[in-house]
Design a protein around this ligand. Structure first.
Ligand SMILES: Nc1ncnc2c1ncn2[C@@H]1O[C@H](COP(=O)(O)OP(=O)(O)OP(=O)(O)O)[C@@H](O)[C@H]1O
Length: 344
C-alpha cells in the first residue's frame, strides 16, 4: 500500500512545479513548510512533489492532517496519512475534532484553517501549503458565481495569502488538473484514500464537479476547466490592482490625513468630497475596507451600498443601524459611523 522508497523518477510535473514555485516566488529555499494532507490525490501529489524537490530547495517539511471525525473511515484515513508521513520520514501533526456541531463544508474548512494555523504557530512553520488544483479553482468560480459574487469571489483561490503576520497559505497546484494529480499518484505508486463524501451529490460542489463540469465539457468546450481557471487568474490580477487603489483612497479619506479637521478626529469618519470623483468600483472597495475595520463582521453588499448612497446625499442623511448598532450619517464633507456602537 505504501511507497516506502524515497527514490523517484523526475517527471514533467516536477519541472512544472519547480518552475511555478520559482517564478511566482511561492516558496523560498530553507522555508519551514507544513503540508496539509487529506489523503486524497491532490494533497498526496503535492506532498510527494515537495518531498522530491526538497533536496534542491533545502526545505524543512512536515505533514498535518485534520480528522473531522465525520466518516466511519476517518480514523483509518488519519492513520494512513500518519504511516505515509512516517515512511517519508516527515514530522506528522494530527488534530482530531472533538465534536464538530455543523457538518457543512464551510464550517469544516473554517475549523481546518484554524487547526492548521495553530499547528504552524506552535511549531514555527512559516508556510502552509494546500493541494487545491486548477479543477478546484474552476469549481469554486462556478460555485461562487451561482451564489452571487463580485470579482473577488470569481478570482477563486489565490496562489498565496497571508494567514497571519507570520504564516502564509500557498497553493502550488493551481495550474495542475485533477487528472494530472491522479496520474502522478498512480505513477509514483501512492495509494489514494478515497473520500466517499466526494461522491455525495447532496453537496453542491460535488454536483458541479461530477455533473456540471462534465456537461460543459461535452456541450461547450472540452477545455472548460482550464478556461474558467484562466478567467480566475485574470480576475486575480485585477482584484489585486483595485485593492491597492482602494487602500490608497481610504488612507486619503481618513481624518488624520486631512489638513483641516474641525470635528473630533477620533471618530470613525471618511471624507466624502474625495470620493465624489472616484469610480464606483473603487468607492465600493474603499467602503468595504472601511467597514471591515469598524464593524464586528464582514460587511455584505447591501451594507456597502448604504454607505455609497451617503456619498451624494444631503447633509444630515443617515442609514439604518449596521450590525452592532452603528449608524452612518452625513455631516458636511464627512460620513461618520458613530464610534460608541462599533467595534474598537
Ligand atoms: N482533512 C484534511 N486534513 C488536512 N488537509 C486537508 C484536509 N482536507 C483538505 N485539506 C487540504 O485542503 C486542500 C483542499 O481540500 P478540498 O477538500 O477542497 O479537496 P480534497 O478533495 O480534500 O483534496 P485532496 O485531493 O487533497 O484530498 C487539500 O488538497 C488539502 O491540502
Amino acid at each position: 500500500m505504501l511507497n516506502p522508497s524515497n527514490h523517484f523518477a523526475w517527471t514533467p510535473l516536477h519541472s512544472k512545479i519547480h518552475q511555478t514555485l520559482r517564478q511566482r516566488q511561492l516558496l523560498l529555499p530553507n522555508d519551514r513548510i507544513l503540508i496539509a494532507v487529506s489523503g486524497g490525490q491532490d494533497s498526496l501529489c503535492l506532498a510527494k512533489l515537495l518531498l522530491d524537490l526538497r533536496r534542491k530547495w533545502h526545505w524543512q517539511l512536515a505533514i498535518a492532517h485534520c480528522d473531522h471525525g465525520w466518516r466511519p473511515d476517518s480514523k483509518a484515513n488519519a492513520e494512513y496519512v500518519a504511516q505515509l508521513a512516517h515512511s517519508w520520514d516527515l514530522p506528522f501533526h494530527l488534530v482530531t475534532a472533538e465534536n464538530l456541531a455543523d457538518h457543512s463544508e464551510a464550517s469544516a474548512r473554517q475549523w481546518r484553517y484554524q487547526v492548521l494555523e495553530a499547528i504552524a504557530t506552535e511549531h514555527n512553520y512559516g508556510t502552509i501549503v494546500l493541494g487545491h488544483t486548477q479543477s478546484d479553482r474552476a469549481e469554486t468560480l462556478l460555485f461562487n458565481l451561482m451564489r452571487g459574487t463580485g470579482a473577488d469571489g470569481l478570482q477563486a483561490l489565490t496562489w498565496q495569502r497571508q494567514l497571519t503576520d507570520k504564516i502564509k497559505l500557498v497553493r502550488p497546484l493551481l495550474e495542475v488538473t485533477r487528472s494530472q494529480t491522479g496520474e502522478f499518484c498512480s505513477g509514483a505508486a501512492i495509494f489514494i484514500w478515497e473520500d466517499a463524501t466526494n461522491q455525495d451529490l447532496k453537496y453542491a460542489r460535488n454536483r458541479i464537479r461530477k455533473e456540471l463540469i462534465p456537461y460543459l465539457c461535452t456541450h461547450f468546450n472540452p477545455q472548460v476547466e482550464q478556461q474558467i481557471a484562466q478567467t480566475a487568474e485574470l480576475l486575480r490580477a485585477e482584484v489585486e490592482y483595485l485593492e491597492v487603489i482602494a487602500c490608497e483612497l481610504l488612507q486619503q479619506c481618513l481624518p488624520q490625513n486631512q489638513q483641516k479637521v474641525n470635528s473630533n478626529p477620533e471618530k470613525n469618519m471618511v471624507n466624502r468630497r474625495i470620493l465624489f470623483t472616484a469610480p464606483l468600483a473603487i468607492q465600493r472597495r474603499m467602503m468595504r475596507r472601511w467597514l471591515q475595520k469598524v464593524l464586528p463582521a464582514n460587511p455584505n453588499f447591501e451594507q456597502i451600498e448604504k454607505l455609497i448612497q451617503l456619498i451624494g446625499s444631503s447633509n444630515g442623511s443617515q442609514t439604518d443601524p449596521f450590525p452592532g448598532g452603528a449608524i452612518a450619517r452625513v455631516e458636511g464633507d464627512w460620513i461618520i459611523l458613530d464610534q460608541s456602537t462599533t467595534k474598537n
